[in-house]
Design a protein around this ligand. Structure first.
Ligand SMILES: [Zn+2]
Length: 292
């Protein structure tokens, strides 16, 4: 991957403050988040990792629920600390992620104050809005604080993926299903898998691959083309509003492989429905695919 030089003064201030030898801000923020977790006194042993336990560390005086907020959450200065405003009615997982994201902005605020004190308020605000790099870094930090990689990877490492298992992890970490699935995509090194989201709107299926192992990476592009012609299990799930399971033979690099497709249907307010499919090889096939 080609290295992209950062030009965002707030990110530069962050690297100056915490960087020492690590110059890649994405690696750096993972390390800083890990250090943060080490310095927090948890009321009860995690998981879940709750934003309230991190309030003192980040100098957050209050987490206040608010109606009609333009974003999921917002960080405001308050004396020598901060207030996080969070939109009322968010699901628990989305609420925690959004608050952690706002908390992560304080790394950049503090670093900018210390290392770039000559920047005007306007320049600081422009840097935050113009470049989305800080936003992406705060998302990485929020993921690390909600589902720290070492502990999370240890739990999923030897597990066999199933919806039952994925939901139990999402519940233990109080994370949203999709955030959990994406984290599994980053850290799972077990067998071959692919997890996709299907949405049905006005009788048209829209499909997005949320996570997949490297062996099936090539399929995500092809599956996009196939989005309008979903697997039977997906079609049946939408027809009956229930979970479905089926086997599907899918050619993987010139070889037909038997996969198990576990579909989980979930009724959503905003659309006709959402179904998630978990595709894993039928017993005994995973090693074979890996070696193709
Ligand atoms: Zn943000």
């Amino acid at each position: 991957m080609r290295k992209r030089r950062t030009r965002n003064p707030r990110v530069l201030a962050f690297i100056e403050e915490y960087g020492h030898r690590v110059k890649d801000p994405r690696k750096l923020i993972v390390r800083i988040a890990e250090d943060t977790i080490k310095s927090v006194d948890f009321k009860s042993p995690p998981p879940p990792f709750r934003p309230e336990d991190f309030q003192d560390f980040f100098g957050i005086k209050e987490i206040a629920e608010k109606d009609n907020l333009s974003a999921d959450a917002m960080l405001d200065a308050c004396g020598n600390g901060y207030v996080v405003h969070v939109r009322k009615g968010l699901s628990r997982g989305r609420r925690s992620f959004s608050i952690f994201h706002e908390m992560a902005h304080t790394y950049f605020v503090k670093a900018t104050k210390r290392n770039k004190p000559y920047l005007t308020k306007r320049e600081v605000e422009r840097a935050r809005v113009t470049y989305s790099e800080e936003e992406r870094l705060c998302d990485i930090a929020a993921t690390e604080l909600l589902m720290p990689r070492k502990a999370f990877a240890a739990i999923i490492q030897d597990a066999k993926l199933s919806w039952h298992f994925i939901i139990s992890i999402a519940e233990a970490y109080e994370a949203s299903l999709e955030a959990t699935v994406k984290r599994i995509g980053e850290l799972y090194e077990g067998s071959v898998f692919l997890i996709a989201r299907w949405i049905l709107v006005d009788r048209v299926y829209y499909q997005t691959v949320l996570a997949c192992s490297k062996e099936l990476m090539f399929m995500s592009g092809r599956w996009k083309e196939k989005a309008h012609r979903p697997l039977d299990a997906v079609r049946n799930a939408f027809d009956t509003c229930t979970n479905q399971e089926e086997h599907a033979s899918i050619p993987v690099r010139g070889k037909i492989v038997d996969f198990k497709v576990q579909t989980m249907y979930s009724k959503q307010k905003e659309s006709d429905g959402v179904a998630y499919t978990l595709v894993t090889p039928v017993e005994g096939e995973s090693e074979e695919i890996g070696s193709i």
